[in-house]
Design a protein around this ligand. Structure first.
Ligand code: EPZ
Length: 432
């Protein structure tokens, strides 16, 4: 099993370029099979979750041609199966976007029912509520969720909770329904807007994405398009927090600064200097003696993203005084705290609040990544720590970050991805 090996304590310095947004790309890829025409998508991140989604699409008959590492041509003319296997759902929950896409185009689809995951129970009742409102019959049995409709008809749907996945899934099915659909209390995340923009570029009629009311006028069919995925604000934020934790000075390129406002605001509170450019943000913490405590609550966009919560906690673990981090989206997203404690962090979790007493420095240790963002947070802690850290289960981080260790190396980090204990030992000998 791959592991990250890090010799910490060096401030990160220089420039890093951010790739396409994984969570936007997952929705866009699924939506691409809603037409029988050819679709070209670029700025795709070359990460595991994207490759699993492409595999799921191929499995049901889509023709997928990799033009280069970040560009793919998809031909959905010959979809031969409307059933997505458990093998894919088990690896990425977002395979359930194929349910909305296939239901919209073929009026029928079946995917394995996703279970819970490392960060929480993650029900899909709101997706189902939306499909039912559009006229689909839903059956859940034998571990499968099947959706079927003679006709999909536009409807007025209120989402009881803000959900990225439900908003996008319903959006897809409603795009090819008859008449008008209104989604109220819709998610406003940049990837919802990107998915809507993509569908509009295929001929859909969607207005209001990015606000909490989305209006969709159904169209008969969609056509081919060429589309570039937006930059990944979570990857960007992760590098910004790594700069802060290591007292570095890093410019993060190819970002949309507006998408990073919550992250930027919190970094300012911790005392970092932030400079915004048109498509870049610089975080300078090199003149800071110690980071300053603050309080954070995760909220749907434009609030502070839950996907940045572990990275923020890793930073606040080094801030003077007591900070709090409240997780309001997922009930089980503090699993990594025990691992962080092995690196010297002083954090107590009470229900959904982490109470953090800042320490002056972390000390390197062997830890295991419990999920994607928590894995990134442990890497940040390792980069800031005295001595050597080994982060096991690097696989999780690779689900969402392309060449994470290389990008860190380019910023001056002593960090390597080791594919064996032997390779890890070799690296440790070299840097010690
Ligand atoms: C998306 O997951 C992201 N995944 C997650 O990113 C992200 O953490 C999450 O949104 C929140 O921003 C993708 O885009 C592929 P939700 P999603 O539906 O859509 C509850 C990462 O690290 N809910 O917005 O599954 C749910 O339990 C990942 O990249 C229901 O109650 O999240 C949660 O409390 C992890 N019923 C809240 O809504 C439903 O039917 C928000 O979840 C659906 C959701």
């Amino acid at each position: 099993m791959d592991q990250f090996v890090i010799k910490g304590g060096k401030p990160l310095e220089g420039h890093v370029t951010i790739g396409g947004a994984k969570n936007a790309a997952l929705a866009i890829l699924a939506a691409s099979i809603m037409t029988g025409d050819v679709v070209l998508i670029d700025n795709l991140p070359d990460v595991r979750d994207i490759n699993v989604m492409l595999g799921a699409m191929e499995e049901i008959g889509a023709k997928v041609d990799r033009i280069d590492r970040h560009t793919v041509r998809i031909d959905g003319a010959n979809i031969s199966s409307l059933s997505v296997d458990y093998e894919f759902i088990k690896k990425i929950r977002a395979s359930y976007y194929l349910l909305g896409a296939l239901l919209g185009r073929f009026r029928q689809a079946e995917v394995a029912l996703p279970g819970g995951c490392a960060i929480g129970a993650r029900p899909i009742d709101l997706h189902i509520k939306g499909f039912k409102a559009l006229g689909a019959d839903i059956d859940i049995s034998y571990g499968l969720i099947s959706a079927k409709a003679k006709e999909l008809t536009g409807s007025h749907i209120y989402l009881d909770k803000v959900s990225v996945g439900a908003t996008i899934n319903i959006l897809m099915a409603a795009t090819l329904a008859k008449g008008k659909t209104i989604i109220e209390n819709a998610a406003k995340e940049p990837h919802v807007v990107d998915a809507a923009n993509f569908l509009n570029s295929m001929g859909a009629n969607i207005r209001g994405a990015g606000t909490d009311v989305i209006r969709i006028v159904g169209v008969d069919s969609l056509h081919g398009t060429e589309y570039s995925v937006i930059p990944d604000q979570i990857e960007a934020g992760t590098f910004m927090f790594a700069a802060a934790a290591t007292h570095g000075n890093v410019t993060v390129h190819n970002v949309i600064p507006r998408h990073l406002e919550a992250t930027t605001a919190k970094l300012l509170e911790t005392g970092c200097e932030i400079t915004e450019y048109d498509d870049a943000v610089r975080v300078n913490a090199s003149n800071l003696e110690q980071l300053i405590r603050t309080q954070v609550t995760t909220l749907p966009y434009p609030g502070f993203p839950t996907d940045m919560q572990p990275q923020m906690t890793a930073v606040l673990g080094l801030a003077l005084g007591t900070s709090t981090v409240t997780e309001s989206i997922f009930e089980n997203r503090f699993k990594y705290v025990d691992e962080l404690a092995r690196m010297g962090a002083r954090i107590q979790v009470e229900s959904n609040i982490a109470i953090i007493t800042g320490v002056e420095r972390y000390t390197g240790a062997r830890v295991a990544a419990p999920d994607l963002r928590a894995g990134a947070a442990l890497c940040i802690a390792g980069l800031a720590a005295d001595g050597i850290s080994v982060i096991d289960d690097a696989y999780y981080v690779q689900r969402g970050y392309e060449h994470f260790e290389q990008k860190m190396q380019d910023l001056g980090a002593d960090m390597e991805l080791a594919d064996s204990e032997h390779a890890a030992r070799k690296f440790i000998l070299r840097v010690s």
